[in-house]
Design a protein around this ligand. Structure first.
Ligand SMILES: [Zn+2]
Length: 113
């Protein structure tokens, strides 16, 4: 079972890498790769690797490329956070920015639109 998940994770990474590479040429194909990656993840109960999680809109399963199909806003007031809006489906995701630690951007809230 552990082995299966390792294979699944490798496949997920490969699919998402491929999606990123092909995005500028063929967005629909990229979306299909993302969809496949998510399906593998669900079927095998494997988590989407952290570094990819934020690149994908979990509602419409499009890659989120700043300046292309998502809007990224920094909110410096109070708790500094980043607001990412998917321009395909309007989903808004907020991430807290914690200083110092590098990989410390955790999802704060996910707001349904
Ligand atoms: Zn979306």
């Amino acid at each position: 079972m552990k082995e299966l998940r390792e294979i699944a994770e490798r496949n997920i990474r490969e699919l998402l890498d491929l999606a990123l590479k092909i995005f500028h040429k063929d967005r629909e194909l990229a979306r299909r790769y993302v969809d496949m990656a998510f399906r593998i993840a669900m079927k095998t109960r494997t988590r989407i690797p952290k570094e990819y999680k934020r690149l994908v809109c979990r509602k419409c399963r499009n890659l989120l490329i700043p300046g292309v199909n998502c809007r990224v806003r920094l909110q410096p007031r109070r708790e500094p956070h980043v607001v990412v809006t998917c321009l395909n489906c309007g989903r808004i995701v907020r991430y807290l920015i914690k200083r110092r630690r590098k990989s410390s951007m955790e999802p704060l809230t996910e707001t349904k639109s």
